[in-house]
Design a protein around this ligand. Sequence first.
Ligand code: NCD
Ligand code: ZN
Length: 344
Amino acid sequence: MNEISIITPDDWHLHFRDGDMLQETVLATARCFQRAIVMPNLVPPVTNAQMAKDYKQRIVEATPKESQFEPLMTIYLTNQTTQQDIKDAKAAGVVAAKLYPAGATTNSDAAVSQLDALNPVLETMTEVDMPLLIHGEVTDHVIDIFDREKIFIEEKLTRIVNQFPQLRIVLEHITTKEAVDFIQSGSSKLAATITPQHLLLNRNDLLVGGIRPHNFCLPVLKRNIHQQALREAVASGSKKFFLGTDSAPHEKHRKENACGCAGCYSAWSAIELYTQVFEELNVLDNLEAFASLNGPNFYQLPVNQTHITLVKESWTIPEEITLPNGNPIVPFFAGQTINWKLKV
Ligand code: NCD
Ligand code: ZN
């Protein structure tokens, strides 16, 4: 197959950041995605309806006039989040709330340290039917970083799911076989996003031949059996898995650093990379459901009306992109050639 048309996809998990960075990130996403779930981990985090509305406004201002792109806003749960915050957020059109265990990832210091204390908030989210998006990793220092997702599922997520069976939950950017199995065997209220990097890479791509900071993201890449399980999950055609790039830009000097930041900036090539993976797996027919149908179905939003076309044509992802502030950023898969290209 040399050309494939699919319903315009949405990105169900990404980081736009703020300020002049939006001139870069919103454009990169709007080139092919119609909607995106925008993560709230700014500094300070987006914790209530008003902050989400203001942030949305800044994103809309950075969106090209001719674009149909729509940001879907989220709020960040903290130990101070109230039931009223959830009701207000719902009334303001906020689509979901994000749970970061404190210290789990970039800009998560303000996040939830006592999960049990969140029960009243989760009750209200169930009542107003607002999905809970979870960064599924425990953060105890003694837990090995490669086990943090698996242990989160065993010790935290299982309890949340049992206690709130009607709450819609997305386990974000899953990285392990255990996560795939947990989602597959769960109810229709439970789903997961999968990133291009976790489908394309495993921990060898992070550590063999030298540390590769641009492949460092959280949850960290796992061993190849887990990568395989994620590939099988998308190949299965299950409705419970959908596209979430986790595109997470950090300037070059913050990644190439003695203490490098976690996050891959994949917006410039994500849809092409997913297409390549689906082709490798011989399941190009499943791409549209993963990218454009399963997400809206889970979020109870309409499916997009337009289409995009990808053509089989090689191109090389640039080594660097210059941000509006003049600083360089290294995109995910920089310098590598991929087989599919968005037709514009
Ligand atoms: C994200 C970021 O940079 O904001 N980083 C990452 O490695 N994925 C945060 C996140 O989604 O965990
Ligand atoms: Zn993320």
